[in-house]
Design a protein around this ligand. Structure first.
Ligand SMILES: NC(=O)c1ccc[n+]([C@@H]2O[C@H](COP(=O)([O-])OP(=O)(O)OC[C@H]3O[C@@H](n4cnc5c(N)ncnc54)[C@H](OP(=O)(O)O)[C@@H]3O)[C@@H](O)[C@H]2O)c1
Length: 332
């Protein structure tokens, strides 16, 4: 068994709130219980939720680590039970409900995925949260099929860039909305057929012309005023899946009738607060369906920038400025 120290450095939130700051702090290395692995973290992804948690708006679920960080990649250095000893020394990645911004993190054994040899540590650290979210939304909730038309808002975001890859590998045709021409180019490069810059053109107008029968699945982290236009471009029997409320939680004077006439579904989804069993099933289904694509590199996390973890604040500032195309990741 690897030599594991009793103390580790973590990135801690000094004072949650608008002016919150991140500081390096010493904490005990957590001990894996049965069914858990202790990971020496090589890379940890940065997600929007980390910014919200830092500001005091998105606390960790009860019983989970309150250290920021929802995904890690690293080496298994301890296991909680004999049954898991085969994992010792393995290079893995996976989602954690908290605790990623640290030198060591606990990962449920059933949430561990072997790191593909074609991926760097940065890519593996930036993969789990957004690929599993995108997989869940497209495959488990949206039931994507070859030939489906899929509209992804915030196409160049972490989730968006992951969803473009998964949807196109599944044989769907993809349209995205983005706020910058560089983001449009990146999404087309990843496999999207249509990229609408919403600052130049209303997406509902563009899609009504390009996809007259509408979109079968719409993944929307914006919500607010987007919902009405989503309904306009939704296909009959289509599904709108809202997975964040970046554009606002209220829809003023929303008329249900157009959605009703299309027999449309409006689903809201979260990942972090789902059970470990659900996440294990999600992890297993994703790994099984995309193992070959991970290994041959056709599925590959798009990393925008990696930052040394001592500079976590810089990575957060990049994300706040909305310039990242793909993922931001911390290296240890
Ligand atoms: N429910 C779940 O299971 C789940 C899981 C993971 C993430 N999330 C949530 O999904 C959202 C996206 O996460 P991410 O990590 O992929 O984000 P990200 O990489 O930080 O990208 C977010 C992008 O969304 C666009 N955006 C931001 N504010 C917007 C607004 N008000 N209106 C329109 N577009 C806006 C910006 O791109 P443009 O320049 O193109 O506008 C921005 O760069 C976050 O809110 C996150 O918390 C939810």
């Amino acid at each position: 068994m690897a030599d594991v120290p009793s103390l580790m450095q973590v990135i801690a939130v000094q004072q949650p709130g608008k002016s919150s700051t991140l500081v390096m702090e010493q904490q005990p290395v957590p001990k894996p219980a049965a069914g858990q692995l202790l990971i020496q973290v090589k890379a940890a992804g940065v997600n929007r939720a980390d910014l919200m948690q830092r500001q005091g708006h998105y606390p960790a679920p009860p019983g989970e680590s309150d250290i920021l960080g929802l995904e890690v990649a690293g080496i298994v250095v301890q296991v909680g039970s004999q049954a898991d000893e085969k994992w010792l020394g393995s290079e893995v990645f996976g989602i954690v409900a908290g605790g990623g911004y640290a030198q060591y993190a606990l990962l449920q054994t059933s949430h561990a995925i072997n790191k593909p040899a074609t991926w760097s540590w940065e890519q593996a650290g930036a993969a789990a949260e957004t690929f599993l979210t995108a997989y869940q939304l497209l495959f488990m909730l949206g039931n994507v099929q070859p030939g489906y038309k899929v509209l992804l808002h915030a196409g160049a975001s972490g989730v968006g860039s992951s969803a473009i890859q998964l949807a196109t590998l599944a044989g769907a045709t993809v349209a995205v909305t983005v706020g910058q021409p560089e983001k449009a180019a990146a999404c087309l490069q990843l496999g999207a057929d249509i990229a609408v810059n919403y600052r130049q053109r209303r997406f509902a107008d563009e899609l009504a012309a390009r996809w007259p029968a509408g979109a079968d699945i719409i993944l929307d982290p914006v919500a607010g005023a987007y919902i009405e236009d989503n309904v306009k471009v939704l296909a009959v029997d289509g599904v709108i899946i809202v997975y964040a409320l970046m554009g606002g939680r209220m829809i003023e004077h929303f008329d249900m009738a157009p959605l009703f006439k299309k027999r449309g579904q409006l689903i809201c989804s979260t990942l972090r607060n789902r059970s470990n069993e659900y996440k294990a099933t999600l992890t297993a289904r994703f790994s099984n369906d995309f193992k070959a694509h991970m290994q041959d590199g056709r599925l590959s996390p798009l990393v925008y920038e990696s930052h040394r973890w001592e500079k976590t604040q810089d990575a957060h500032n990049v994300m706040i400025s909305n310039i990242n195309i793909g993922k931001l990741v911390l290296t240890f």
